[in-house]
Design a protein around this ligand. Structure first.
Ligand code: ZN
Length: 188
């Protein structure tokens, strides 16, 4: 197992649709193990393969809810159905999310509060998870990564300006930038 470098916004892999996984072989199993280790080291609650430079439709998640229950898994070739978005003002406290590929930043974004994930697990078996709340948000965020979409691409005014400014200030937004969990200090 190994922690892999996380690509930062601007890297082409993050901005292109990923390809379906074919056979779940040793290389896929190794990728998923490394992604789980990288996510834990970051730390983060979700990680998609394009974030470690692998253009495949795989994401992992690990999140402990308000009741202390851990939700964790691997989604291969997922599909996601979501309920319509609510209208109204964004709540910066309740609706802000971050991304390991835009490290250290958080901005509010409206997400659906309900999502139905169908995917194949690492064991090759199909599964389905009906998610609400923050888990539904995680699924939407990670699923977007597989289509080459970052949450930064979805932000509304004035948060779109805010993230663009942060990306400029940190000299991101160009190919070849990455960071290593456990090695690079995010706040530097
Ligand atoms: Zn992300």
């Amino acid at each position: 197992m190994a922690v892999r470098a996380i690509r930062i916004t601007g890297d082409p892999t993050l901005h292109s649709p990923a390809a379906p996984v074919g056979e779940i072989d040793d290389s896929v199993r190794e990728l998923v193990r490394d992604m789980a280790e990288t996510m834990a080291a970051a730390p983060g609650v979700g990680l998609a393969a394009p974030q470690v430079g692998v253009p495949l439709r795989v994401f992992v998640w690990s999140w402990v809810d308000e009741d202390g229950v851990e939700h964790a898994g691997t989604a291969i070739n997922p599909h996601l159905l979501i309920a319509p978005l609510a209208l109204g003002e964004l709540d910066e406290d309740e609706e802000s999310e971050g991304c390991l590929s835009v490290p250290g930043e958080r901005f509010p974004l409206r997400r659906s509060t309900e999502a139905l994930l169908t995917a194949t697990g690492l064991d090759g078996e199909p599964f389905e998870i009906r998610a609400t709340g923050w888990l539904a948000r995680i699924f939407q965020h990670e699923y977007d990564h597989l289509d080459g979409v970052l949450y930064a691409d979805r932000l509304e005014h004035p948060y779109d300006k805010g993230v663009a400014k942060a990306i400029r200030k940190k000299s991101w937004g160009m190919p070849g930038k990455s960071w290593m969990p456990g090695v690079d200090d995010l706040d530097a």
